[in-house]
Design a protein around this ligand. Structure first.
Ligand code: M6R
Length: 365
């Protein structure tokens, strides 16, 4: 049931504050501002590496997870898309753990990677939305997403719940490995507890602006998405979402890669969407925007109040989110990029919930 929404995707975008809150509460204790102890079949303090494998949007959630595990828990992560992971013949250690992220729990390549890791003697965790699924069944532990059923082929709430699980696990790992102080743990958990409130604010205040922006975007055939740090996987996700449902050709790039190739494409016919919350490398992204502007490129900047005040580059449009703690930016910034893809697809008149050639669950290789 779509309720009063036009599409399941719209409904699922709007459910995010609630389901994110639900998911976070499963892993974090908000009264104590602490990561809940989890009953895991492996010990974050003893493993030397974590392997992560998944497909599509779930893979991009894992990629953001890698930044968090490495940054907060100093735990190296090996990650690849499942169709590469399963054939890559990477050396894996039986003393380490592997995580498989999947909304459906049935994705063929992800399941094959799981079985490969199993054959190498690794301990397996399944980060899945569908608890009665093959991937959940074959894992040693299920780490649920608690997003509720996701109907739209374009993943939205499952993605932000996957991010919520990744962030919570990274904090848990950091505590286990002694890489954050008690104070830092509190601050991270408090920051995460604010995610639903920011998500709500974005949905309530940016809807109209993003719809207007989508009306412009629908006139273009190519779009480039740029970001650095955790905004880089988010740029990939923004591009994936846009191509899936609006059929606009979109590419996501690490902003620092711009001058290694894609800058050759820049002209007034290819808008460049830059995801850049104000962080320690914000200035680097600003210089990439200057390079785009100097070549007549049209910039759409998605930033926060601080970033908007400090950017000196002329943009076609700037979407301003509230300032927020660093760890939650990828979760909250996922919303405007989902909304942008959604409204653009609506303007183009595509079948938003059932885009052509795609299936919700990819059970063949
Ligand atoms: O069910 P899964 O999470 O394993 O599915 C993985 C991908 O097929 C999925 O995320 C796909 O990329 C989505 N359509 C993206 O919106």
């Amino acid at each position: 049931d779509k309720g009063n929404h036009r599409h399941f995707m719209e409904k699922e975008i709007h459910e995010q504050p609630e389901v994110i809150s639900h998911t976070l509460a499963h892993y974090l204790d908000f009264t104590k501002s602490a990561a809940k102890p989890l009953d895991l079949p492996f010990d974050f303090a003893r493993i030397e590496r974590l392997a992560i494998s998944a497909c599509g949007t779930a893979y991009l959630a894992g990629l953001i997870g890698k930044y968090w595990f490495e940054r907060y828990a100093r735990l190296p992560v090996d990650i690849d898309i499942a169709s590469e992971f399963r054939y890559r013949e990477m050396p894996l250690s039986a003393n380490d753990a592997a995580l498989f992220i999947s909304q459906s729990g049935e994705t063929a390549d992800t399941l094959a990677s799981l079985r490969y890791c199993r054959s190498q003697g690794m301990t397996i965790g399944a980060v899945v939305n569908t608890r009665e699924s093959t991937i959940a069944r074959e894992a040693d532990v299920t780490l649920p997403l608690l997003a509720g059923p996701e109907i739209g082929v374009a993943s939205t709430k499952a993605f932000t719940c996957q991010l919520s699980v990744m962030a919570s696990l990274a904090v848990r790992a950091a505590v286990a490995r002694g890489t954050v102080s008690a104070e830092e743990e509190k601050a991270l958990v408090r920051a995460l507890s604010e995610t639903p409130r920011y998500a709500n604010q974005v949905l309530k205040t940016l809807d109209g602006q993003i719809e207007t922006l989508a009306r412009d975007l629908a006139h273009y055939r190519h779009v480039l998405y740029l970001g650095r740090d955790t905004s880089y996987p988010l740029a990939l996700e923004g591009a994936l979402k846009l191509k899936e449902i609006s059929y606009i050709h979109a590419e996501g790039y690490a902003a620092g890669e711009l001058k290694h190739g894609p800058i050759a494409l820049i002209d007034e016919n290819m808008p460049v969407i830059v995801i850049a919350p104000h962080d320690r490398i914000f200035e680097k992204t600003v210089s990439n925007m200057q390079e785009v502007a100097a070549r007549g490129g049209k910039i759409i900047l998605i930033t926060d109040a601080k970033g908007a005040a400090q950017s000196t580059v002329k943009t076609m449009r700037t979407i301003v989110l509230p300032d927020m703690p660093e760890i939650i930016t990828p979760i909250v910034y996922a919303l405007p990029i989902q909304m942008l893809a959604y409204f653009t697809a609506v303007f183009m008149g595509t079948d938003v919930d059932q885009p052509r050639n795609l299936a919700k669950s990819v059970t063949v290789e």
